[in-house]
Design a protein around this ligand. Structure first.
Ligand SMILES: [Zn+2]
Ligand SMILES: [Zn+2]
Length: 295
């Protein structure tokens, strides 16, 4: 960490650390590190969706930008809700050669205080909505931007494992920090990602019976590299499979992973929350609540 990000980190830390804190004791809480709250099916029902998330122990959420308008929405939502944080970026489905105007807009948005990462960016060679060459140049361009901004990256990879690793290596993303979101590879690919210091974020498909390879990843991933996400409104876990997904359903994915690892759910919550805070520099909600009370 260096430059601007370090300054932001230090100033944010001191902001949360200077006041009396109620308690440093962590209660069971989860972070949904990847959801799309601006998608219609969730946005129409946002207040109730967030209330259900809180009741399920999902105390912080990161809503993800996939293009310029959704990055704007993500930032606006984060600015109006304590528990919501945002990322900005252009998804490979929307990849294009970014104009200087687009870049200026993304940079402007990314400087907002609740933006915690750049993404989601990456490669999708499954749907192939954009030609590979366009996806590759958009990814390269945005990895350079993330470096200029000192932000960690949220990576989308579908059927592009080899190419993604090559590009992340070239861009030395371990210096920024990053996560392979909705991880979809096997354990041998997971190890290559871990070698690059990436976090692995596991979503609802780990609860599907046929997902043996992903279950092996969830079992073997070092505890300090594991993150949880819903990718809502997509990919609802069992027993909600086929329904609209929402952040409250994170609990089903967490329960599955805890049982695969034969560990208490509270311990998984604690560790994955620590990981999310470390990668995305999230404040402790108990400290924020104390700060708000003292103001
Ligand atoms: Zn994605
Ligand atoms: Zn996503």
């Amino acid at each position: 960490m260096s430059g601007e990000r370090l300054r932001r980190h230090v100033s944010r830390k001191s902001r949360y650390a200077t006041k009396d804190l109620v308690s440093r004791k962590e209660t069971t809480m989860f972070v949904d590190t990847h959801c799309h709250l601006d998608f219609d099916s969730l946005a129409q029902d946002l207040t109730d969706t967030l209330a259900r998330a809180q009741s399920a122990g999902v105390r912080q959420l990161i809503t993800i930008g996939i293009d310029l308008p959704s990055s704007h929405s993500a930032v606006a939502m984060a600015e109006s809700r304590n528990e919501v944080f945002a990322t900005v970026g252009v998804h490979p489905h929307n990849a294009c050669q970014l104009s200087t105007v687009d870049i200026d807009k993304l940079v402007g948005l990314s400087r907002k205080s609740k933006v915690v990462a750049f993404g989601e960016i990456g490669l999708d060679f499954y749907r192939n909505y954009q030609p590979h060459s366009v996806q590759l140049s958009s990814l390269g361009q945005q990895l350079d931007l993330a470096r200029d901004l000192n932000l960690p990256v949220v990576i989308h990879d579908r059927d592009a494992h080899g190419k993604i690793l090559e590009i992340l290596k070239e861009h030395r993303t371990w210096e920024l920090g990053g996560v392979m979101h909705c991880f979809s590879g096997d354990w041998s690919f997971a190890r290559r990602c871990l070698d690059l210091d990436l976090y692995l974020s596991i979503a609802g498909p780990v609860t599907f019976n046929k997902s043996k390879a992903l279950q092996e990843v969830a079992r073997n991933c070092p505890l300090d590299r594991l993150l949880l996400e819903t990718d809502a409104p997509f990919l609802a876990p069992v027993p909600k499979r086929g329904k609209r997904n929402e952040p409250a359903f994170l609990i089903h994915t967490a329960e599955k992973i805890a049982s695969l690892r034969n560990m208490p759910l509270a311990e998984l919550a604690l560790q994955t929350t620590k990981n999310a805070r470390r990668l995305f520099n999230l404040p402790n909600p108990a400290e924020v609540a104390a700060l708000n009370r003292n103001e």
